[in-house]
Design a protein around this ligand. Structure first.
Ligand SMILES: [Fe+2]
Length: 316
């Protein structure tokens, strides 16, 4: 089911912030291999409605351990310490500040003893692209990518100490948060930056009372739309959560991808101001105008523009 047809079947309307209780019994952990598995008890139609309206949605799932098969702290730590996740793909922070890698690397690799010492002293570790390294997450992201046509990735954050891993910020992607271990308090402030993209000038942060202030516990999920300022904090125990990132197909990203392509074509690099005559310059301008229109037409008629969502840069 392509997202456009799925979206066309979902009526519009803004979704208020909602807290929904979903059972109260311990459950075995089934495989989470699709969007449907991930968002239950929300339906795909519910979730596409959230993507469209970009409204916050909190789902409390007490006693629901169904996400435990996605990633555990033990598995995350082993991926980092074994080098399965390259050191340059992770960040270690403390008190919301990045710790220089020399404090936990030896010969370019994570030194387990140093890393664990930092983690036992209130540090946090962030891997923004964990899905290529965890088969079940790779399968899950591929399935959601296929369904939505958007760029999908999974990031993992483990936090120790009583602070958060990151400063007060907003993300350019929509995020589906899954609390895996421990707990984390999320404070979200509005109004959101409308339809943000990576590379925008910094926007002033709202300082009003949060529009959302809840503690997520294992099994709880949160849909955090792009543009909402937020900050997390936790208690002394380790907290581990996953974020599934949804980067929609956006004209700005598509045009940016087109620019990257044009730079490789010498025609677009010719100095217009150095033509030998007005006629030469007019001819060059006409050629460039025609080629640009042709490139733009090819871009917007490509399935990747409205469908596959590939021409997107990494989030900053
Ligand atoms: Fe964030």
């Amino acid at each position: 089911m392509a997202i456009r047809s799925a979206m066309e079947r979902v009526s519009g309307g803004r979704h208020p912030v909602a807290v929904i209780e979903f059972g109260n019994q311990a459950m075995a952990a089934p495989a989470i291999a699709s969007l449907e598995d991930l968002i239950a008890p929300l339906t795909t139609a519910d979730f596409i409605g959230l993507l469209r309206s970009r409204a916050i949605r909190f789902q409390r799932n007490p006693g629901d351990n169904r996400f435990s098969g996605l990633l555990t702290w033990q598995a995350f730590r082993e991926l980092i310490e074994s080098g399965a996740v390259p050191a340059e793909e992770g960040r270690v922070t403390k008190d919301e500040t990045v710790i220089p890698p020399l404090f936990y690397l030896e010969a370019g690799k994570v030194a387990a003893a140093k890393f664990e010492r930092l983690m036992s002293h209130g540090a946090s570790v962030i891997v923004a692209d964990i899905d290529p390294h965890v088969p079940i997450l790779k399968t899950l992201c591929a399935s959601i990518r296929e369904l939505t046509g958007e760029t999908i990735k999974a990031g993992a954050i483990a936090t120790t100490g009583d602070g958060g891993a990151l400063r007060y910020h907003y993300d350019e992607d929509d995020l589906f948060i899954v609390q895996l271990e421990g707990s984390k308090r999320w404070r979200i402030h509005g109004p959101p930056v409308a339809n943000p993209v990576a590379g925008m000038d910094a926007k002033p942060a709202p300082r009003d009372e949060p529009v959302f202030d809840e503690i997520l516990r294992p099994g709880d999920t949160l849909f955090l739309p792009a543009g909402y300022w937020h900050q997390c904090s936790n208690e002394q125990e380790l907290s581990l959560h996953l974020g599934i990132f949804f980067k929609p197909v956006t004209t700005y990203y598509a045009v940016k991808a087109l620019l990257a392509k044009l730079i490789e074509d010498e025609t677009y690099r010719r100095p217009l101001s150095r033509s030998e005559s007005a006629a030469d310059r007019a001819a060059l301008e006409a050629e460039i105008r025609a080629r640009l229109i042709d490139e733009f037409e090819k871009m917007v008629s490509s399935p990747s523009f409205f469908g596959a969502g590939k021409p997107t840069p990494p989030s900053g």
